[in-house]
Design a protein around this ligand. Structure first.
Ligand SMILES: CC(C)(COP(=O)(O)OP(=O)(O)OC[C@H]1O[C@@H](n2cnc3c(N)ncnc32)[C@H](O)[C@@H]1OP(=O)(O)O)[C@@H](O)C(=O)NCCC(=O)NCCS
Length: 187
């Protein structure tokens, strides 16, 4: 299916909110089959990510329908609270070319058709193939879909985040995944 990737207009944001909020864990009927987010977003929250140098917001559209979106920022949160599986990965997150993917999702009719992979390819062009990171929840809810998706793209688990209570979720765990495209042998 032909599609294009672009920076969203403000008029696209409600569609992104609808896609995102339908995937919030408490609302999703089959999170393990589909992947999930932990909390809602809003048009205002998304609008604040537009037009910034430290943020990249991309949408993939097929015949003017929102198929997928990605939001990345220049810094990953919680780095000082991580248990590192690959300590050498820590310094890559400080590289100027590093992007951290905060959110990525594909709308139901478009899943498993490479839309999310295409958004990552576009992001790689924006960061001169530098390091890309993303958190994926592993407990008490395991986002296996997202984990499989990222591992297929060549990401590796480099650290673990653990919290007794995170966004109201007890005994929360996630993994930090990293793809070091330019120097894969270093991680
Ligand atoms: C994760 C997500 C963005 C992937 O989007 P997508 O456009 O379907 O991904 P692509 O088509 O580019 O890649 C598909 C690959 O991802 C993996 N994958 C995607 N869905 C999967 C599923 N239900 N079960 C197992 N693997 C899956 C597979 O490796 C698949 O390749 P295959 O179809 O050849 O087996 C999408 O499932 C999604 O929107 N999930 C809900 C939101 C979410 O979890 N976001 C990430 C938060 S960390």
């Amino acid at each position: 299916m032909p599609f294009r990737i672009e920076i969203p207009q403000v008029s696209d944001l409600q569609d992104v909110v609808n896609l995102h909020n339908a995937l919030v864990l408490t609302r999703s009927k089959t999170p393990s089959m589909r992947g999930f987010f932990l909390m809602d977003t809003s048009v205002e929250a998304l609008a604040s990510r537009l037009g910034r140098n430290d943020c990249l917001f991309l949408v993939a559209k097929s015949q003017d329908l929102l198929a997928a979106y990605l939001i990345a920022s220049k810094s990953a949160e919680h780095l000082d609270r991580l248990s590192w599986l690959v300590p050498a990965a820590r310094q890559l997150l400080d590289e100027r070319s590093h992007w951290h993917v905060d959110q990525i999702a594909t709308a139901e009719p478009f899943i498993r058709k490479n839309y999310a992979s295409a958004l990552y390819s576009e992001l790689a062009k924006h960061n001169q193939n530098g390091p890309i990171s993303a958190y994926v929840a592993t407990a008490p809810f395991n986002n296996e879909v997202s984990l499989k998706f990222h591992l297929r793209l060549g990401f590796q688990k480099v650290a673990v985040f653990e919290s007794s209570s995170f966004l109201g979720i007890p005994h929360y765990k996630s993994v930090l995944l990293l793809k070091n495209q330019a120097h894969n042998h270093e991680t």
